[in-house]
Design a binder for this molecule. Structure first.
Ligand code: HEC
Ligand code: HEC
Length: 442
């Protein structure tokens, strides 16, 4: 198997665990990387060196319609499914039910959490979409070194007992919101080969070249894969993200994250009556498979003005980061450290996410690195190019959700995007309007 180490220096994550509490230590251990990154490249020549035909690609199905993309069968009518007859992993509708299911204390909710279901934060316009719900992250700098708030940079804003809600600490002066992102079409993003992301990066002009952060595939014993999910590309596999979210958003442990969080460093096991892992692994698989089975977001009406706006978007350089078109790896490709094989429904699909899924410093970085270790310090200023698909379903923009119009979102682009923003400003009012018309069609 080819390795990408020629292109990437292997990120040997050296842990400085001696001074950490067990809570922080166990969290860091979960994110320890082992092994090397696969290219996930499929051969273009056969065993005798003869050129193989280029794969036939088709457009990924799109829509905000709660219908399967073909990865799972649709299943029994959604309205007929309830907590007693749901069969996890059986179908799209069963897994959608589990994604929307409201968890309570008896299921293991909390002790500290942010919301009761995946669907509470991922729902607009269909289950799996984005929402206006923002999480809060805090930490502080001591000298040059970042320290996350006790119990992790993610502040949990709810708890099952009034005494254990996490406070925000005055000294933790690095604070940011991160708004809920879209997961519709995420299965296609997962099926993009590492090589594809590296090729996009190589082709970018040096001044705005994106950066790659490796993320451990937890179900593959921490094998590194190029991160592509979350505002910071903190995960590369949907199963890993689902397990992370189940623990960190809802307080439910699973085989991939078996240890409960503390409340700002305080042990809260006295409040927790359910044995860990609270999910035996079936729920996180149902979440991952649900997201894999969602269609990509569809476009709004496309007219001549929208097309003219897209040409301007390309000409002034927005598309260097907001890449319009990507193709997933062929069916049969083994990804996620060998733990997932790209199926027919997700392979050789053309998608239009308007993102390179790489990290950039456009001056909006929230100061919180992917991991609070020296190796990741460089990520504090970086944010993933926000995929612009489903943009018309959102009215709170950028990672913090604190920008409300597309024009202001563009105005906020500095750093690596500064020359492109300058070109936007130099456009005639009419051309700016066309570009905004295009954005509103996404
Ligand atoms: C309290 C709200 C909340 C809940 C509940 C929640 N999420 Fe999220 N989700 C978010 C936010 C906020 C982000 C972006 C976080 C970041 O990047 O730091 C996100 C990002 C994601 C992503 C990354 C998508 C992308 O490409 O950006 C996935 C996948 C995801 N969530 C899955 C889930 C699953 C599965 C569940 C249920 C177990 C869940 N989430 C529960 C708020 C939530
Ligand atoms: C150097 C790479 C780069 C270039 C060039 C670039 N962007 Fe972005 N864009 C980003 C990143 C990174 C973000 C996320 C920033 C954040 O959330 O803090 C973003 C966010 C956005 C958003 C907000 C999307 C959302 O869901 O919140 C819009 C809209 C947008 N860009 C449009 C544009 C347009 C239009 C142009 C050209 C004028 C452009 N971008 C050029 C990297 C880039």
């Amino acid at each position: 198997m080819q390795r990408v180490t020629a292109l990437l220096t292997a990120t040997a994550v050296v842990m400085t665990g001696a001074t950490l509490g067990t809570d922080a230590q166990s969290r860091r251990d979960r994110f320890r990387m082992h092994g090397e990154t696969d290219t996930e490249q499929t051969p273009s020549v056969d065993a005798r060196g003869a050129q193989l035909p280029a794969p036939r690609t088709t457009e990924a199905p799109t829509g905000f319609d709660n219908e399967t993309n073909g990865f799972l069968r649709q299943g029994p009518p959604f309205e007929t499914i309830d907590a007693d007859n749901v069969v996890p992993l059986r179908s799209f509708n069963d897994n959608r039910f589990i994604f929307e299911e409201v968890e309570v204390v008896a299921d293991g909710l909390g002790p500290i959490y942010n919301a009761q279901s995946c669907g509470e934060c991922h729902q607009n316009v269909a289950t799996g979409g984005a929402s206006q719900i923002a999480e809060h992250r805090t930490g502080r700098l001591m000298g040059d070194e970042f320290f996350e708030s006790l119990g992790g940079s993610l502040v949990h804003s709810r708890a099952i007992h009034p005494d254990i809600v996490e406070p925000v600490v005055y000294e933790n002066s690095i604070r940011t919101f991160r708004i809920s992102t879209n997961t519709l079409g995420a299965g296609y993003v997962e099926a993009i080969a590492n090589t594809t992301l590296l090729r996009i990066r190589e082709e970018q002009p040096a001044a705005l070249r994106g950066a790659v952060a490796l993320a451990p595939v937890l179900e593959a014993e921490g094998q590194p894969r190029i991160g592509r999910f979350g505002w910071k590309n903190q995960h590369s596999s949907l199963l890993s993200f689902a397990a992370d979210a189940y623990l960190n958003e809802m307080g439910i442990t699973s085989p991939l994250f078996p240890t409960e969080n503390t409340s700002s460093g305080r042990d809260v096991s006295a409040f927790d009556s359910v044995r860990d892992p609270e999910d035996d692994g079936v729920d996180i698989e149902a979440f991952a498979d649900f997201m894999r089975a969602t269609k990509a977001p569809s476009r709004g009406p496309i007219d001549a003005e929208v097309l003219a706006g897209e040409t301007i978007f390309q000409n002034i350089g927005c598309a260097a980061c907001h890449v319009s078109t990507l193709v997933t790896s062929p069916p049969g490709t083994r990804i996620n450290g060998g733990e997932f094989t790209v199926p027919e429904a997700l392979g050789n699909k053309t998608i239009h996410p308007y993102s390179d899924f790489l990290l950039h410093d456009i001056g909006t970085g929230d100061g919180i690195p992917v991991q609070p270790t020296p190796e990741f310090a460089w990520t504090a200023a970086q944010i993933r190019t926000a995929p612009l698909w489903a943009l018309r379903t959102r009215n709170r923009l950028m990672h913090d959700g604190l920008t409300f119009t597309e024009r202001e979102a563009i105005e906020r682009h500095a750093g690596q995007a500064a020359p492109v923003t300058a070109r936007f400003r130099a456009l005639s009012a009419a051309d700016q309007e066309l570009l905004l018309r295009f954005l509103s069609s996404l």
